[in-house]
Design a protein around this ligand. Structure first.
Ligand code: TRP
Length: 336
């Protein structure tokens, strides 16, 4: 008897919790995104029934270029597959290819108080930094997020700290719907990861970010990684502490081996360290860690037909579940 035929295993697999998470189709992920979020997804795919999608509709709420958006959506997909997200184990799709997301978002719009949306930190931030583009989509962004998750009756959602408030609103919406029309949705919980934050190489008091060019992208060549690390700041402050060095050591711990880490740690202690050696060792460790990824990613991007096929299969799988939920909801709220 194979494992899949075993009754107990089947029952256990039926109990897998539903996990949903959206990935923004912005520029390429860097090592901060990897340690902070992506690595979690890879671990979770074994234990949960996972829906991962590229949130291209959310991308429309801030300035975008059509050609860039198209390119980035496929690049994000290639990145995640190359990192090890398995399209066979998970449902991986593009949000805009499952129209039920927007359909459910409309229904949720009609039960969501505008005041709840106006108090969202992300809305206030974005509205104050880009005053010329305060569009209705930006305000309704978290409503679409609630639809993304609840369409699949998602129970857990791995997100960054900045999205916790949006998820809280998803729970408010779920509760409101359940109270008005009968128990339909679970109240989805965030899963936050506890890794330390990766800091900018050149301004180590700030988080590593996509802007500014100081972030190490997963797709960077070994030469690029070395070049970026060589510019990393290692200055100490008045108390002898250095955020820059702490950051490099943290990265070495994650990407290097224990021996290397202990070696540089003891050199740090007795002040014999040469930072160029630390940086080069780290560059090599990071390059090595993503070597296979770079090769896979390159192959995937050369094969847009395969990527399109993954998206088509994912959309079909997602739509089947989404259709069922929409039928149930329409019945409950009186849409014929
Ligand atoms: N807003 C999320 C982010 O910026 C992306 C996202 C869209 C998402 N829909 C989602 C995340 C649903 C989790 C669940 O990271």
């Amino acid at each position: 008897m194979s494992i899949s035929q075993c009754g107990i295993c089947y029952t256990l697999s039926m109990k897998k919790q539903i996990l949903v998470s959206g990935l923004r189709a912005t520029s390429e992920p860097h090592i901060g995104n990897y340690l902070g979020a992506i690595r979690q997804f890879l671990e979770k795919q074994e234990d949960f029934d996972c829906y991962f999608f590229i949130a291209d509709l959310h991308t429309l709420t801030t300035a975008f270029e059509p050609e860039e958006l198209r390119k980035n959506s496929l690049a994000v997909l290639a990145d995640y597959i190359a990192l090890g997200l398995d399209p066979k184990k998970n449902t991986i799709f593009l949000q805009s290819q499952v129209p039920q997301h927007t359909e459910l978002a409309w229904i949720f719009n009609c039960i969501t108080p505008v005041s709840e949306l106006q108090r969202m930190t992300q809305f206030k931030d974005k509205a104050s930094t880009d005053v010329k583009n305060i569009n209705a989509g930006l305000l309704n962004y978290p409503v679409l997020m609630a639809a993304d998750v609840l369409l699949y009756k998602g129970e857990v959602v791995p997100v960054g700290e900045d999205q916790v408030q949006h998820l809280e609103l998803s729970r408010i919406i779920a509760r409101k719907f359940n109270n008005a029309f009968g128990k339909t949705f679970p109240e989805p919980k965030p899963i936050l990861n506890k890794t330390a934050r990766v800091m900018s190489l050149t301004e180590p008091t700030k988080k590593m970010s996509k802007t500014g060019g100081a972030a190490i992208l997963l797709s960077d060549s070994p030469e690029e990684i070395k070049k970026k690390l060589r510019k990393a700041v290692t200055a100490t402050d008045a108390t002898g502490k250095s955020e820059g060095v702490d950051n490099l050591m943290y990265l070495l711990k994650e990407f290097g081996n224990q021996e290397q880490y202990d070696f540089f740690q003891s050199q740090l202690k007795d002040n014999t360290i040469q930072f160029s050696h630390l940086k080069d060792a780290l560059a090599e460790a990071i390059s090595e860690h993503f070597k296979e990824f770079r090769e896979k990613r390159k192959k995937l991007l050369e094969d847009p037909e395969y990527l399109a096929e993954v998206l088509a299969t994912g959309a079909k799988k997602a739509q089947a579940v989404a259709n069922k939920t929409m039928e149930e909801i329409k019945g409950k709220i009186g849409l014929l």
